[in-house]
Design a binder for this molecule. Structure first.
Ligand SMILES: Nc1nc2c(c(=O)[nH]1)N[C@H]1C(S)=C(S)[C@@H](COP(=O)(O)OP(=O)(O)OC[C@H]3O[C@@H](n4cnc5c(N)ncnc54)[C@H](O)[C@@H]3O)O[C@H]1N2
Ligand code: MOO
Length: 411
C-alpha cells in the first residue's frame, strides 16, 4: 500500500488526484480496423487528409462547361451562342480545352476542362449541330466543385480519442483511408455479492437479486468506444474476489468491480486493491450522492486501473456517468468531459431539495422549458429509463426553488 490514500474527495478533486498519482495519461495499445468495424470506437491518432477532395475540379450538373464571362447577360430573350468543341468522357482526363466562345458537353461528376470556369445546365441550353444556345448566364464557379474545395490536402480531419461514427465514414472513404488506428482499451467487469445471480437466471430464489449492474457498466463503456469483457460474479470471499479480479486484470487495462465497497464488505475490495502492486488503493470515497462508497486503485508499473463501485444500481450508474467515464478519459489523455455530457441550465419545474456539503445527482425529466427531478432511491433499476439526464446540485447548493435555474447533464 502506498500509505497515501485520500478519503472522500470532491469528484473533480478526486479526478485530478487519481490522474496525478497514477501519472495519467497512460499509453494504450492500438490496432487497425476497417471503417465499418471501427464505428463506435475511439481513434488512436489524429487523421489528416493525404490528398485533395475532390481530386480534380468536377461538374455538379449535366450541362456545358463554359467560360462564365462568355455567358454574361444571357437570357431567354437574349441568348448567347457558343461553339461546342466536344464531350468530356466520364472517368477520364479531358483532352479538350475550352477557349473564348467555346463550350464542352459535361456530365454530373465529369472533369472540368482547362479554360472553363462554370457549367450551364443542359435545360438552359439547346444545341443545333455545333452551335450552343445559352439562355441563362452563369457565375464563375457555378455548378463546379473545385479541386480541394471540400477538403484540402493536409487538413486535420478527425482528432485522436474522438469516436468514429457515420459522419466521418464518407469523408475517410472518399480520401482513400480505409483502415484506421483504434484505441485498444479494454475493461473487465466483475460483479460481487453472495446474493447476486446472473442476469439470465430464469427464477430467482428469495433473497437473491439478478446482476443488473455489469451490463449497464458495459453498455456505457461501449457507448464511449471501449471494449468490455464480463467476468461474472465473485462471492463475498476474498479468495474468490482476488481470483476473478486477477484474471480480469491480466486480460484488461481496467477492471471495474460492482458492489462490495460499503462498510461491511469493503475490506475485501480494499484487500484486493492493496494486492495489485504499487500504489494499490489511492482513493476511498467520493463526496457525491449517490455513490459515496467508490474506491480507486492502480498499478503504475503495469498500467492497470482498478475501480470499485457501489452495488446499488442507481449509485453504480451515477458514479459511472459522473466519475468513471471522466477518469478513463483522463487515463487515455482525452478531454475529461465525456461524450455524453451536454450541460444546460434550465428552470426547475418544482422545488428540489438538496443537502449542502455534498455534490448531488438526481435523475431528471425535461418537460418543455423546465426540468423535474424524479423521486428515485439508489436501489432502483428504473430510475434512468425515463430520465433525460441528471440534475447536478453542487456541494454548496441546498434547495432549488421552482423557477430557479439548475444545472442538468443530458444524455
Ligand atoms: N451501515 C451502512 N450501510 C450502508 C452504507 C453505509 O455508509 N453504512 N452505505 C450505503 C450506500 S450509500 C451504498 S451505495 C451501499 C453500497 O454498498 P456496496 O458497494 O458494498 O454494495 P453491496 O452491499 O454489494 O450492494 C448494495 C446493494 O446493491 C445490490 N447489488 C449489488 N450488486 C449488484 C448488481 N451487480 N446488480 C444489481 N444489484 C446489485 C445489492 O444486492 C445491495 O442491495 O451500501 C449502503 N449501505
Ligand atoms: O452512496 Mo449510496 O451510493 O448513496 O446509495
Amino acid at each position: 500500500m502506498s500509505g497515501f490514500v485520500k478519503e472522500v474527495l470532491p469528484r473533480e478533486e478526486a479526478l485530478n488526484f487519481v490522474s496525478e498519482i497514477l501519472s495519467f495519461p497512460w499509453d494504450v495499445n492500438t490496432y487497425k480496423l476497417d471503417l465499418l468495424s471501427a464505428v463506435g470506437k475511439r481513434l488512436a491518432e489524429d487523421i489528416y487528409a493525404n490528398e485533395d477532395y475532390p481530386p480534380f475540379s468536377r461538374s455538379t450538373r449535366d450541362g456545358y462547361a463554359v467560360r462564365a464571362e462568355d455567358t454574361l447577360g444571357s437570357s431567354q430573350g437574349y441568348p448567347s451562342f457558343l461553339t461546342v468543341v466536344g464531350e468530356i468522357p466520364m472517368g477520364a482526363v479531358p483532352n479538350i480545352k475550352v477557349s473564348e466562345g467555346e463550350a464542352a458537353l459535361v456530365y454530373t461528376g465529369g472533369a472540368i476542362p482547362e479554360g472553363a470556369d462554370a457549367v450551364v445546365m443542359v435545360e438552359h441550353t439547346s444545341v443545333l449541330q455545333n452551335t450552343l444556345e445559352v439562355r441563362k448566364s452563369v457565375q464563375r464557379g457555378e455548378n463546379i466543385i473545385c479541386k480541394g474545395e471540400d477538403v484540402a490536402k493536409g487538413k486535420l480531419l478527425l482528432k485522436k480519442n474522438s469516436i468514429f461514427d457515420f459522419r466521418s465514414a464518407s469523408l475517410l472513404s472518399g480520401l482513400g483511408i480505409s483502415k484506421i488506428n483504434i484505441l485498444d482499451l479494454s475493461v473487465g467487469v466483475v460483479s460481487t455479492g453472495d446474493e447476486v445471480v446472473p442476469e439470465d437466471t430464469p427464477f430467482v430464489e428469495p433473497g437473491k437479486i439478478r446482476d443488473s449492474n455489469s451490463t449497464m457498466i458495459g453498455a456505457l463503456l461501449k457507448r464511449e468506444g471501449y471494449q468490455v469483457r464480463k467476468y461474472g460474479i465473485a462471492l463475498d470471499d476474498l479468495e474468490d474476489l482476488m481470483k476473478l479480479t486477477n484474471k480480469a486484470m491480466d486480460e484488461n487495462d481496467v477492471v471495474i468491480l460492482s458492489g462490495g465497497s460499503s462498510v461491511s464488505s469493503r475490506d475485501f475490495t480494499i484487500d484486493v486493491m492493496n494486492n495489485i502492486g504499487e500504489p494499490g488503493l489511492v482513493l476511498r470515497g467520493l463526496n457525491i450522492s449517490p455513490g459515496k462508497p467508490t474506491l480507486v486503485g492502480g498499478n503504475k508499473n503495469n498500467r492497470k486501473l482498478l475501480i470499485g463501485l457501489p452495488g446499488h444500481p442507481l449509485s453504480c450508474s451515477v458514479v459511472m456517468l459522473t466519475f468513471v467515464l471522466s477518469l478513463l478519459a483522463s487515463m487515455i489523455g482525452a478531454e475529461k468531459d465525456t461524450l455524453w455530457q451536454k450541460k444546460i441550465f434550465i428552470p426547475a419545474g418544482k422545488d428540489i431539495y438538496g443537502r449542502s456539503g455534498v455534490e448531488e445527482f438526481i435523475p431528471a425529466v425535461l418537460n418543455g422549458e423546465t426540468v423535474y427531478p424524479s423521486m428515485a432511491k439508489s436501489g432502483f433499476i428504473s430510475a434512468l429509463r425515463s430520465a433525460d439526464g441528471l440534475v447536478r446540485l453542487p456541494e454548496n447548493r441546498e434547495t432549488v426553488r421552482k423557477g430557479e435555474p439548475v444545472e442538468v447533464w443530458l444524455w
